[in-house]
Design a protein around this ligand. Structure first.
Ligand code: IVH
Length: 668
């Protein structure tokens, strides 16, 4: 028997080693066929002794039965996105900002990485074992796709620990993608099997990861490169580079294109080189990612609302193609903006077929002088909606006419108005179905008032019969009138009335988000909730100066807010909502101390938790973490080796905590 156990463990070791050589070192020793043979051997042995099967055995990648739906997973640390640098000047500006932020004249150490065009995922390991994995989702919560991720052979089910011990907890972020050749093969196979083909590798990867049956995912050629740390406990790294090297030792595939770059010139050179190599690479990338190497420098710079200040995505120049404008139409958005759209003869560009391109506004139409029948150059940059770059006037047919946006809204027929100092023309009719529908749908959506059962069909009907012209009227809906609507039973009408009634108890953040103020998303709504302590009147009266003072609020958001409240009709809607019984309650806070208004600074080398995890804990409880000690600092948490910040805190008589004292305090 012991001989048998040894055989099994030797086979597993070999299979893991081959995986490592293939995915991490890119230096396989055996062919795929030989690998499969070894795997089958192991399967046979395990089959005769099922009690010896372990969860991290290479045979256990596709064990799970299909799911009914995905659960959600809340990320311990949000998965942020990256700010973009559209050109070299913006990369230089990033470097300027960084050095200013770090008070540094010398060149900064950066790491260059390719910006992979796939799907971001998070992998969680506890004591070296893969325990769960999720999609990015909205950055805060994602879908639990553990069983699907287990089928990806590049993802280690257990960490290698021969060079580096396994940490207690490890969260790793990476990008799941399909290589260009695998994509072509997959589509060829699908079209032979008369299945619909995928538009591009990214969609194919996304579709494959969202299968409820892991057996289907297992048949898709998914790859992964890991590139970012989440929470790590039990091991620390000083730099991002060291972390990436650690990832390789633990058995994670890391892009071979990562490079250490000292100073901005090296960054620019790296970016250019990557762009030249782009089309020759075996997988799709849409830019470079530049990150500050030192974790302590990253901490000092911190994050904005959605993206870190210590990293940037350098976008590549867009991919272009020429085609013909078949028509120009005007579309009306949720905010009433009337946008001209060029309807194009379909053309393949940057990996997808494009048949519409935005013309933004009348100024842009005039600048381009684009007309129906024109041949135009269009471009696509990443996920951005395609746009018309220029008209090829040599190819213009005779007898074309200039295009002008209609004077009346194409949806409701009301006059379209363009304020003299603005480029956007808007349908002024607040009750315009195009707007009101969008506004209501947003108002009742999950992150907003979350009114169950209030679907698109119901909104369509209520708007069509003129019952709802602004969001507050929703609160007056009665059981009788709902039940009378088409395809609505007594029971569902009652459910909706109940859902509306319970949605009247909401939070400041949900309500503010529901209103659809420009640039105020769910996260910022929570930031504002904290700042204004849930007081809506104070928020309505806030000034530009006051708003800009708020950490995470910039001039664009501030201006949007001020403009929103300067509109009497918006104020009237709020009043009507409150009169209809809407009450703002305090949000539920996680268990622990109330840290509202308290600022923490962390210094020294922390051993019990990472800085990012600490910041996360503090913010969850309503507090704030800052990089420097000042008169607003409430507590300094000092780990071993604390220096100048500790001295300054002592001088300012700021309360000082050890790591343990901090943990005890926030739990109290
Ligand atoms: S780091 C805080 N590194 O880009 C940094 N992201 O816009 C967050 N992506 O959702 C991510 N390659 O899907 C990072 N080398 C790379 C990346 C990368 C692609 C994607 C990722 C993320 C998005 C951020």
């Amino acid at each position: 028997m012991s001989d048998f156990i040894q055989k099994i463990s030797e086979l597993r070791r070999q299979l893991n080693e081959h995986n490592y050589r293939y995915y991490v070192l890119d230096d396989p020793l055996i062919s795929d066929g030989e690998y499969d043979l070894l795997l089958r051997k192991l399967e046979n042995l395990e089959h005769s002794h099922p009690e010896l099967i372990t969860v991290d055995s290479p045979t256990q990648r596709i064990g799970a039965t299909p799911l009914k739906a995905f659960n959600t997973i809340t990320h311990r640390i949000p998965l942020l996105s990256l700010a973009n640098a559209m050109n070299e000047a913006e990369l230089r500006a990033f470097d300027e900002r960084t050095r200013k932020g770090l008070e540094k004249l010398e060149p900064v150490d950066y790491i260059g990485e390719p910006k992979l065009d796939g799907l971001a995922v998070e992998l969680v390991y506890e004591n070296g074992q893969f325990v769960s994995g999720s999609t990015r989702g909205d950055g805060i919560t994602g879908e639990d796709i553990t069983t699907n991720l287990r089928t990806i052979r590049g993802i280690p089910l257990a960490l290698r620990t021969d060079e580096l011990a396994a940490p207690i907890l490890l969260e790793v972020r990476g990008e799941v993608f399909i290589s260009k050749t695998d994509f072509t093969k997959l589509n060829a196979w699908r079209s032979a099997a008369e299945q619909t083909i995928f538009v591009n590798p990214r969609n194919a990867a996304a579709g494959s990861l969202r299968q409820l049956d892991p057996a289907i995912t297992a048949r898709r050629p998914l790859s992964i490169f890991c590139y970012q740390a989440g929470t790590i406990t039990g091991t620390t790294f000083d730099t991002h580079w060291d972390f990436l090297q650690g990832l390789k030792k633990w058995g994670f595939p890391v892009s071979p294109l990562i490079e250490k770059l000292v100073g901005i010139e090296a960054v620019i050179h790296y970016h250019r080189q990557l762009e030249t190599r782009r089309n020759k690479l075996p997988y799709e990338i849409d830019g470079s990612v530049i990150k500050i190497n030192s974790f302590s420098q990253q901490d000092r710079l911190g994050i904005r609302s959605r993206s870190p200040r210590w990293a940037i995505a350098g976008k590549f120049k867009a991919q272009q193609a020429t085609t013909i404008v078949v028509d120009i139409s005007a579309s009306v958005g949720r905010t009433g903006a009337v946008t001209p759209v060029a309807n194009l003869e379909p053309v393949f560009v940057g990996g997808v077929t494009v048949s519409n391109a935005t013309l933004h506004n009348q100024d842009e139409v005039d600048r381009l002088d684009v007309r129906v029948g024109d041949t135009v150059l269009i471009e696509r940059a990443g996920d951005v909606i395609p746009k018309v770059v220029k008209v090829i006037t040599e190819k213009r047919p005779t007898e074309t006419v200039e295009y002008h946006l209609p004077e009346n809204c194409p949806v409701c027929g009301h006059p379209v108005f363009r304020p003299p100092d603005e480029s956007v023309a808007r349908c002024q009719n607040l009750a315009c179905p195009a707007q009101i529908k969008g506004r209501i749908e947003h108002f009742v959506s999950k992150g907003a008032l979350d009114i169950d059962g209030f679907g698109t069909k119901l909104v369509d009907q209520l708007v069509a019969i003129g019952r709802i012209q602004s969001v507050d009227q929703l609160f007056g809906l009665t059981l009788e009138e709902l039940a009378k609507l088409e395809r609505m039973g007594e029971k569902s009408a009652a459910n909706i009335v109940a859902a509306i009634a319970s949605a009247k108890q909401t939070t400041f953040a949900r309500f503010i988000y529901a209103l659809g103020i420009r640039n105020v998303g769910e996260h910022l709504a929570r930031v504002l909730e904290k700042e204004f302590a849930g007081n809506i009147d104070r928020f309505i009266q806030s000034t530009m100066e006051e708003l800009i003072e708020i950490y995470e609020v910039g001039p664009i958001v501030a201006e949007g807010v001020v403009r929103f409240w300067s509109d009497d009709s918006n104020r009237a809607v709020i009043k009507a909502c409150l009169q209809a019984g809407l009450t703002l309650v305090k949000p539920e806070r996680p268990a622990g101390a109330d840290l509202t208004g308290k600022t923490f600074v962390f210094t020294g080398s922390l051993e019990k938790f990472s800085r990012t995890a600490a910041k996360e804990m503090v913010e969850k409880l309503g507090g704030r973490a800052s990089g420097s000690v000042g008169k607003n600092t409430a507590f300094l948490v000092a780990g071993p080796g604390a220096g100048s910040k500790l001295k300054k805190a002592e001088k300012l008589k700021i309360r000082i905590f050890s790591e343990d004292e901090f943990l005890a305090y926030i739990k109290s």
